[in-house]
Design a binder for this molecule. Structure first.
Ligand code: SF4
Length: 220
């Protein structure tokens, strides 16, 4: 009898998160209903290795799985089997609709042992935002709303939500934010007046091989 190979939903590690964090990703832009023209223009998940056929095929497969009715039990089973400690939800992509966001809410409620963290612009879609707020209120979840000068700031900022500002121009400073991510071109520029800059995007942080696994600021 032929052996049936079942592909895992989660992958383990990359240069950004380190070796011990599990990752779930989707195709960028087509799953990002809250995206801004600014973030689409600089999105890392539309460039480089994300253009390889194997990566595109993998992300398209993930999206198919995310739409299936059995996505929640399969993900829960895999998280338990692998003993995941930290899960980065959407290294690429975003919560593309209310039903899909509800699936992650159910996964987190059913399986609250790992620490989940995500960044999302889907807070700009009211029907998805109501689900994101429920996730943000869970102890196992660290929720970041991604903002830039085009999105503005959610008002009010929901309980449990922190703000991650995308800096795309040298003189931009956010009105309110807890973290800054910068496009590659700005990573050597002065950080004066900015909230904390992700250390994996600073020259010193790169020298020290900083990644999410040894930094942990976004999920602790
Ligand atoms: S601040 Fe730390 S945990 Fe957050 S994205 Fe940067 S390296 Fe990862």
């Amino acid at each position: 009898m032929a052996t049936q190979h079942v592909r895992s939903l989660l992958t383990l590690g990359n240069w950004k998160v380190g070796e011990s964090i599990h990752i779930w990703s989707l195709p960028a832009v087509e799953t990002c209903p809250g995206s801004s023209s600014l973030c689409r223009a600089v999105c890392y998940a539309t460039k480089g290795r994300y253009l390889f056929d194997a990566v595109r095929e993998r992300l398209a497969w993930n999206l198919e799985q995310a739409r299936r009715d059995d996505f929640v039990p399969r993900m829960v089973k895999e998280i338990r089997r692998k003993g995941c400690l930290v899960i980065r939800v959407h290294s690429a992509g975003d919560f593309f609709d209310e039903v899909y966001a509800g699936k992650w809410l159910e996964i987190m409620r059913t399986c609250p042992k790992p620490r989940y963290y995500w960044y999302s612009r889907s807070w700009r879609c009211p029907e998805i935002a109501s689900v994101l707020e429920q996730m943000a209120a869970l102890k196992c979840c660290r929720a970041w709303y991604s903002i830039d000068t085009e999105t503005g700031i959610p008002d009010p900022v929901p309980f449990g939500v922190r703000l991650a500002f995308l800096q795309v121009k040298k003189d931009e400073r956010p009105e309110l934010a807890d973290m800054t991510f910068r496009i590659r071109r700005l990573r050597k520029e002065s950080r004066v007046g900015l909230p904390m800059v992700c250390p994996s995007e600073t020259p010193k942080g790169r020298e020290r091989d900083t990644n999410c696994g040894n930094c942990r600021r976004c999920f602790t």
